[in-house]
Design a protein around this ligand. Structure first.
Ligand code: DGY
Length: 326
């Protein structure tokens, strides 16, 4: 019987790829692009451990293809909606994610998107590149002054939501949050906890930081969008499925929402082509955690989780019961 291997579904960062040889077990590594399903099923067969990313669906079929010697699946992401936790638990497979190490990078990028949409940065760049004649004017490309008492509503006050709040405070924003794990009326880190309805009705900018769960799918649907303040903004660096994209397109087209910035999409990597025709949306290809040190840290944490479980120790960051915040 060959020694069970570590299956690495996709190329990790160069520094981490270079260290895999030191692990002392055979490594079968995929490529930069996500493997096709048949290659994924073949690659994981006989593995003791697998490092996957959010592009790999880990379900009963995949776990069965791996075989009973599979002990751990480490996701290189904090989100784990690509993994069937129940199927893994039934087979005694430990599932790990990468919380903590990407909070700052994700919050930085969320804030970059917030500024990009409220101050029309990408739209202005597009305009400047057209070569069309222009001259400074009091009404040219005016956006929202976030530092002048604008309210940021953070939906989901986990680590990333809190890191976004710190940045918003530094910019002089008023910050409110809604999170089912917190009591309405409390103040946490200088942020007032409100109900979801109040957040929608009050915030100038709504930023989403919840995991994708059955309870959060289409949390921002046509009705929620209608309850948002007229001319407010939506930022989504969580998961595309949290937003009903057709309803968002309608809200952006009608002008009810002044703008949106999206890092994640319902049918990723496909982006609804209707977004591309809208000036008031900033589109990012799921890069909020793409800081150089952060990506190394995510990959390293996944490797540490694997080595610990294979050594019979508890994983450093096992996925526990799904909660409502990321
Ligand atoms: C995650 O970690 O869940 C992000 O979406 C990718 O960094």
């Amino acid at each position: 019987m060959p020694q069970p291997h570590l299956y690495v579904a996709r190329t990790l960062t160069p520094a981490v790829m270079a260290e895999l040889d030191d692990l002392g077990l055979p490594v079968v590594a995929g490529e930069e692009a996500p493997p096709a399903r048949d290659r994924l099923l073949a690659g994981i067969a006989g593995a003791a451990a697998a490092i996957v990313t959010l592009t790999e669906r880990v379900d009963a079929e995949l776990l069965d293809a791996a075989g009973p010697q599979l002990r751990v699946v480490a996701n290189v992401a904090v989100g784990y909606d690509n993994i069937d936790l129940e199927a893994a638990a039934e087979r005694g497979v430990v599932v790990c994610n990468t919380p903590g190490v990407l909070d700052d990078a994700t919050a930085d990028h969320t804030f970059a998107m917030l500024l990009a949409t409220t101050r029309r940065v990408v739209e202005a760049d597009r305009f400047a590149r057209t070569g069309r004649p222009w001259i400074w004017g009091p009404n040219m490309l005016v956006g929202l002054d976030i530092s002048a008492d604008a309210t940021l509503g953070i939906v989901g006050f986990g680590r990333i939501g809190r890191a976004v709040a710190r940045r918003a405070h530094a910019f002089g924003m008023r910050v409110i949050t809604s999170d089912p794990g917190l009591n309405v009326g409390d103040a946490v880190d200088g942020v007032t906890v409100v109900g979801f309805e109040e957040l929608l009705a009050t915030a100038d900018v709504v930023s989403l930081h919840v995991p994708l769960l059955p309870s959060t799918r289409h949390l921002i649907d046509a009705s929620a969008l209608a309850r948002m303040r007229p001319r407010s903004y939506l930022v989504n660096a969580a998961r595309g499925g949290v937003v009903d994209e057709s309803a968002l397109i309608d809200a952006l087209r009608s002008g009810h929402l002044a703008g949106a910035a999206l890092d994640t999409f319902e049918g990723e990597p496909r982006i609804n082509p209707e977004f591309a025709g809208l000036e008031n949306v900033v589109l990012q290809p799921h890069i909020a955690s793409a800081g150089d040190r952060t990506r190394d840290a995510m990959c390293r944490l996944a490797v540490r989780n694997v080595t610990r479980v294979l050594a019979g120790e508890p994983a450093e960051t096992p996925v526990r019961t799904p909660v409502a915040t990321a």
